[in-house]
Every structure is written in C-alpha cells, then in structure tokens.
Design a protein around this ligand. Structure first.
Ligand SMILES: [Zn+2]
Length: 137
C-alpha cells in the first residue's frame, strides 16, 4: 500500500465519532463525491472518486466494471471498513431502498452510470442488461 498517498487523503478527512465514518472534507464534484488524482505507475491519469482511491490503496486495482459502495450510506466516507466492492445492480438496489434512486419516467440507467469514473469502459451488453433489469424492478 502507498502509505504516503493514503495519509495525504486521510489528512483531508474528519472523523465522525458517532458513526465512526472518516469523512472527506476536501472539494467535491457536482455529484457530491470527493475527487483525487489517480496515478498508474507514478503517472497521473485523471481524477477518481476519493473512496475508490482509498479502496485501491488498501486492496489494489479495482475492476473497471465494479463499484466501491458505502455500507454506511455516507458518500463522503473514506473509512475502509465502511467500504465494499459491489456491482452496479447492487448499488442501484441500495439507492432504491434509500430513496436516492430516481424513479418513474426519469429513471435512466445511463444517467446513473455517469457516476462512474469518466474513463471506465462499460461493456455495452452490461449497460443494456442493467437497463433491462432496472426497468423491470
Ligand atoms: Zn462511513
């Protein structure tokens, strides 16, 4: 693990004693997620969500089609024990249950998928099958 990188992120967080969450206190994007520079072999490759970076630093590379989910439901949280790997479907189930998933006519899996890191390549058939499943629920 890259300790220096990990510590530089954690320095920008504050701990919430009640929940145990370690909350990102830096800048956030329009979706409310903290963003940090990603790098591969020391080369900067663009911005990535901070919780995704925390997971990567602790556990290694994440498959492009997988999400890092917040078990605590706080999207600012960087506490590693509050994070888990999941699929788009699992995440949309969370959002539906929590009432944060757009419902009805405006539900559009492509809009939802824009939360994915910009450079992720989502296999077309996966988008289509998820669209199908989400429309059916
Ligand atoms: Zn948390």
């Amino acid at each position: 693990m890259n300790n220096r990188r990990f510590e530089s992120i954690i320095k920008k967080c504050v701990k919430d004693e009640n929940s145990g969450c370690i909350l990102w206190n830096g800048a956030v994007d329009k979706d409310g997620y903290g963003r940090v520079q990603n790098s591969v072999n020391g080369r900067l490759t663009g911005l990535t969500p901070v919780h995704r970076m925390i997971w990567k630093l602790q556990n290694g590379e994440i498959e492009k089609t997988m999400l890092v989910r917040h078990k605590c439901r706080n999207k600012h949280c960087c506490e590693i024990t509050h994070l888990e790997i999941g699929t788009v479907m699992e995440n949309s189930e969370d959002r539906r249950r929590d009432g944060t998933m757009p419902m009805g006519e405006n539900t559009d899996v492509l809009q939802y998928l824009k939360l994915w890191p910009k450079k992720s390549k989502i296999p077309k058939e996966m988008v289509l099958s998820n669209r199908e499943q989400i429309v059916l629920v």
